[in-house]
Design a protein around this ligand. Sequence first.
Ligand code: TXA
Ligand code: MG
Length: 339
Amino acid sequence: MLEVDPSAPDRAAITRAAEALRAGLLMAFPTETVYGLGADALDPEAVGRIFVAKGRPADNPLIVHLPSLAAAEALVGPLPAVGKALAARFWPGPLSLVVPHQGNLPAAVTGGLSTVALRVPAHPVALALLEAVGVPVAAPSANRSGSPSPTTAQHVLTDLAEHVAGVLDGGPCKLGVESTVLDVTGPTPVLLRPGGLGIEELEAVTGGIVLPGPGAEGESLRARSPGTRYRHYAPRARVVLAAPTDVAALAQRWKGQGQRVGTLSPEPASPLGSGAPHWSAGPGAEGYARVLYAALRALDEAGCTLIVAATLPETGLGRAVMDRLRRAADAGAVEGEGR
Ligand code: TXA
Ligand code: MG
């Protein structure tokens, strides 16, 4: 593991990581959202290693990371106007833009689509690495496919130690949920994945955004983002969602049925007493996003068979947190009286 000071990345560590990437190896690095598993996006063999390491379905395309808007346009040509306005406003930041490409990227990066997702991450270590390496870097979240995304270097090692040349350790990720993925190939941007940048902020720039809802139309829009087809972010334990006021009663009920119950809620302590596994999400969506994946991993490690997780309002980061919670819970049903 290469430890780096997140505010003033150590040159030697960045240089070694960049050399590993240029040699076609995989290198994990911190971003403001989650840790990424990087490979030279122009090297099909290196990109292939990502899919092997993660156990990722081959048709799920990758996000290409760049150090600047200028580097993005050097790769794909001028961005569509609305994409360019968003990039100018929010890059570096937790926004991935799906744009047309020029056919010069390996099919494994794009999933064979005519589009590619681009992002300039807002993390000094990520930016230093992207500057140093000088090639676009394809990077999914650095977890085994299907398990919760990594928000610490230790999470990456737990999942992928034998697959990476190294991990740049920049400490825990600030946001804790992945970037917002927005398709800007058409007249109105389409939200493909809620994430670290709230749609309220996006709409202030674009005027409108299409939010794929349930039903056939939403389904066909969602099909543009292959990643959303797969169950994600799931711990081994079963996850049950509950309104905050219902968490205690549900936890008691499941405990009564013989489950080892963990809880994740705004409360400081477990409703099941001090010995019971519990993670506090704190009062707001920001705190919830920051601890979400670490909590799911830790509750698994504590041997929980069932996790009762509190729901939260779907505004700002809350939309992304609820999206990940629903995927972790799979069925998406919220139990209890509260709704
Ligand atoms: O915050 C993040 O976005 C992190 C960090 C490392 O940057 N990366 C990340 O990558 O979350 P990944 O691979 O776990 O998720 C990429 C998502 C998937 O849902 C994928 O289907 C979608 O982006 N995607 C990638 N390229 C696409 C494309 N051309 N069209 C539509 N969706 C695309
Ligand atoms: Mg992922």
